[in-house]
Design a protein around this ligand. Structure first.
Ligand SMILES: [Zn+2]
Length: 420
């Protein structure tokens, strides 16, 4: 199943922006760059909005028909596990198998012995092309990886086989994600996690580790960029080496989750994937919803009124809305504007506070993060909200396409030398 070397996960909470999203991929294709769009939506998002995975499939198919898209495209069952995968089986063809909750749980003694036996040929000073120094691998490292990750990989195998039998021969892309865990995986750990995945018989195409630093929703990277760049390059080297060593697919690539808005990292990632001639999957974090609110604010009138109402209601339900996202947001409440102040804002002022333009004097990352998690409020507005999106399809769509193409695809995949 053809997944391009570069792919981009795109979320769309309300399912109305598929065509505007796909337009950004067409603009890249016009520049000679094929990127596979992957529409992703997690079980949690479906539950909050009240949608079904088949709705995401319908949206993707419709966007592809609308624009006559000839490239590959996918629908991602995002962060599924054994308990949630069933309803995604028919409509998804990309499965992000999330086994983070099994990290640190013990595997059976038999499983550990088999793993140690299979990896034994790779002990000693292992030369991984692209790494400055050989990797020193001994039994204690292998035992540590087994203790922490082997049972999680076993669980991924179980979920993979559920999908395989449920799909009845229809192909799909398996991803294994470890990003929602407590600690980042070192390149050494990543190598032997991939060894375990190969031994488990999962033909994994993308692997999502947890990277060093904080990947928060809707805002830029928080952490040491130099440390990230070193780790990212080591991971690229390890993934290429693992693909050749563990009978994994040759096009295995890294997947970066919560990858939207990491503007300070894109030049580093771009340089690294070019240097290693590596593929990359980058998953955005549902921020298309923010572009919808920006478009409504810019439209003025009823649109701006609804945008202000979404903020005011979200502020009033701060704890409830932020609760499920505490690990992935960081809001300074003292920097949130009062509803009375927001009531006086023009559409441009509102859009300036919300749009992720770090050099805009009005940009407020606290305001942005609160609205990011406030989509439940819009979902509760029901048709009033979705009708506004339909009536204001032009300003909304313009923001959706611009954000994906100019702020993400260009710096990450084309390089900053390609401004238009
Ligand atoms: Zn994730």
């Amino acid at each position: 199943m053809r997944l391009e070397k570069y792919s981009l996960g795109i979320g769309d909470r309300f399912g109305l922006q598929g065509t505007h999203q796909l337009r950004a991929f067409r603009m890249a294709a016009e520049k000679g760059l094929q990127i596979s769009p992957v529409w992703n939506k997690s079980n949690r998002e479906h539950a909050i909005i009240g949608t079904h995975p088949s709705d995401t499939r319908a949206e993707a198919d419709e966007a592809v028909r609308d624009l006559g898209w000839r490239g590959a495209y996918f629908v991602d069952a995002d962060h599924i596990g054994a308990a949630t995968v069933e309803r995604f089986i028919d409509s998804s063809d990309f499965f992000t198998i999330d086994v983070a909750e099994f990290i640190g749980t013990p595997a059976s003694g038999d499983a550990v012995r088999t793993f140690l036996g299979a990896m034994a040929p790779l002990t000693g000073a292992i030369v991984v092309p692209g790494l400055d120094e050989p990797m020193n691998v001994d039994e204690s490292l292998l035992r540590a990886v087994a203790a922490k990750y082997l049972n999680a990989v076993k669980e991924a195998g179980r979920v993979y086989r559920m999908i395989l039998s449920g799909r009845r021969g229809k192909e799909f892309i398996p991803e294994v994600s470890l990003d929602e865990s407590d600690a980042p995986q070192s390149p050494e750990e990543l190598l032997f996690i991939l060894g375990a995945i190969g031994a488990e018989g999962i033909p994994v195409r993308t692997i999502a580790p947890k990277f060093t630093g904080s990947f928060l929703k809707g805002i830029d990277y928080v952490g040491d960029r130099g440390a990230f760049a070193r780790e990212f390059e080591q991971d690229l080297a390890v993934v290429a080496f693992a693909a050749g060593s563990f009978h994994l697919p040759g096009d295995l690539k890294l997947s970066v989750h919560t990858g939207s808005d990491k503007f300070s990292l894109y030049p580093l990632m771009h340089r690294a994937i070019r240097r290693f001639d590596a593929g990359l999957h980058l998953k955005t974090a549902g921020t298309t919803w923010l572009e919808e609110v920006i478009g409504l604010a810019e439209a003025g009138g009823e649109g701006l009124r609804a945008a202000k109402e979404i903020y005011t209601l979200s502020l009033g339900r701060f704890d409830e809305l932020c609760g499920p996202y505490l690990q992935v947001i960081s809001i300074d409440r003292s920097k949130l504007p009062s509803p009375a102040e927001v009531a006086t804002w023009s559409g441009d002022v509102f859009a300036g506070a919300l749009r992720h333009d770090p050099v805009h004097p009005g940009f407020n990352p606290n305001f942005r993060q609160l609205i990011h998690v406030g989509y439940k409020v819009a979902a509760e507005m029901g048709h009033r909200f979705t009708d506004l999106l339909r009536h204001n399809a032009v300003p909304v769509g313009r923001n959706v396409t611009y954000n994906l193409y100019h702020r993400h695809i260009v710096p990450l995949f084309l390089g900053a030398g390609n401004p238009d």
